[in-house]
Write a protein that binds this ligand. Structure first.
Ligand code: 13P
Length: 281
């Protein structure tokens, strides 16, 4: 295992015309599931976790970094350890201090100027330490794990994107082009013209949040148009939950270790499907 910055993986994606999946993980089983199912593709992987997950699971940044290093050390894989959706500058700084190699400052709920100011502060802190920074312009709506009609999103304005990138110095930009977190109530229609314009203006790797429920075909078009990182959480996480439930339904006296392993296998199949979409063009 090599712990690398996300920038290294994004440059690799750029060179090969692919995207690197960024997968939210929650525990030992899911961390190992990600390594086991992605190692063979030799592209590297982005393992991510958000402050809300830390809060819910009562673990901290240091524990997470150590856990990834320990559990993945025998895999032949490049891993970027990424903080997803930090809404405070301090969360990004704390994660960087703990050894994260990439952070996302999510200022989408702030005014444009505050978003720029805070993203810039994160970049200043991260640059010295060689850590990659992602920021968001516009607002990707929805909530992971839930169904949304994505009516709380604000699409990214291509005319502001260049200024945002220049003034903040971020390495990559999360865009809102009709994507939303969680399951979609109806099939999302991505605004590819908008994506073209954003890429033309910024020429930096773009990030698509809300990978769950976007068709393979749409993901492939998005990759051709500048998306280099695709976030998947709900769909992959749900496979684990369903696998666990199914294992118990089939055998009510099942041990946790066996139910967990069945769940992990289901999750790995889903990761493999997403990996293929991202890395085979
Ligand atoms: P989904 O839960 O919709 O896959 O989105 C994940 C995500 O964007 C995490 O930041």
């Amino acid at each position: 295992m090599n712990i690398v910055t996300m920038k290294v993986l994004l440059e690799r994606a750029e060179k090969n015309g692919i995207a690197i999946p960024a997968i939210n993980v929650s525990n030992m089983e899911t961390i190992k599931a990600v390594c086991e199912s992605t190692e063979k593709y030799k592209t590297g992987i982005i393992m991510q976790i958000s402050p809300i997950q830390f809060e819910m699971q009562k673990i901290n940044y240091y524990e997470f970094v150590e856990m990834v290093k320990l559990l993945c050390k025998n895999f032949d894989i490049d891993i970027a350890i990424h903080l997803d959706h930090a809404t405070e500058v301090k969360q990004c700084c704390d994660a960087i201090d703990a050894g994260f190699t990439s952070v996302m400052y999510d200022g989408s709920a702030q005014s444009y100027e505050t978003n720029i100011e805070n993203s810039r502060r994160v970049v200043l802190y991260a640059k010295d330490k060689g850590v990659t920074v992602e920021a968001e312009l516009g607002k990707v709506g929805g909530t992971e794990g839930e169904a949304s009609d994505n009516n709380d999103d604000v699409l990214t304005d291509p005319n502001l994107a260049k200024e945002f990138v220049n003034r903040t110095g971020v390495d990559c930009l999360a865009v809102a082009i009709g994507n939303a977190h969680g399951f979609y109530k109806k099939e999302p229609k991505l605004d590819f013209d908008r994506l073209d314009k954003i890429y033309e203006e910024t020429k930096i790797p773009l990030v698509l949040h809300g990978g769950t429920g976007i068709t393979d075909e749409a993901l492939k078009i998005a990759i051709k148009k500048g998306i280099k990182k695709i976030n998947f959480f709900t769909e992959i996480d749900r496979e684990f939950v369903l696998g666990f439930i199914k294992a118990h339904e089939e055998n009510p006296s099942i041990y946790m270790m066996k139910a967990q392993e069945d769940a992990r296998q289901m999750m790995m199949k889903k990761i493999d499907e997403k990996m293929k979409v991202c890395v085979f063009n």
